[in-house]
Design a protein around this ligand. Sequence first.
Ligand code: AP5
Length: 218
Amino acid sequence: MTNIILLGPPGAGKGTQARKLVEERGMVQLSTGDMLREARTSGTEMGKKVAAVMDAGQLVTDEIVIGLIEEKLSTVKAPGFIFDGFPRTLGQADALGDLLAKHGSTLDAVIEMRVDDAALVARITGRFTCGDCGEVYHDVTKPTKVPGVCDVCGSTNLKRRADDNEDSLRTRLMEYYKKTSPLVGYYYHAKKLHVVDGLAEIEAVAAEIAKVLDNPAT
Ligand code: AP5
């Protein structure tokens, strides 16, 4: 079993790479962003609470996201988990270590995807996703083959996220540098950290990640 974290700022390509790993290795993607977006459309009290926080680009409380991950780890069986967008604070990182230990499991590797801020703005403002299968696209770097139609499932339900605008991105980036980037040192110290160049093309990034997965101890 291989459990990994994809760590990086908004737009680094975490979701794109996670989907490839699911397809190619049968791993299970645990994206707290996706779980929170699902919660907000379900109309629950928790969903209403998190919607405004997400749109503003701020972090949802540790308690909520740790609860979401705890529930998945207790109910989903997988050959390996990809933690995408979790943990995002030192508190979440400690909680993840405790939860994995509780399930007799460990964390194998943390992959930091490095991308500069200018590239992130271009990536985020050009992103759209399929509302049915979740495939991620970009106006310039990964358009659909037929305009308005998902390449994977044929759906025309293509969407842009409410928080994918420059204002919200500025807050999301600040949240990343203040609260999430300390995890780089945390996992370096734990000898779990691997760095990949997130600016490379999608397939080249995937090849770097595959190398880590095939030999996480190096
Ligand atoms: P979340 O959904 O996790 O968003 P994020 O971290 O901001 O990351 P993104 O989904 O924006 O980017 P990504 O790295 O997945 O990039 P992608 O592959 O799509 O979180 C949203 C919100 O939920 C947070 O702001 C917060 O409020 C809340 N939240 C979530 N988790 C939380 C937690 N643990 N604690 C507290 N709050 C939490 O790629 C982006 C674009 O670039 C796409 O268009 C793609 O096609 C393109 N692209 C990707 N790779 C490449 C490449 N190599 N070259 C060229 N283009 C590329």
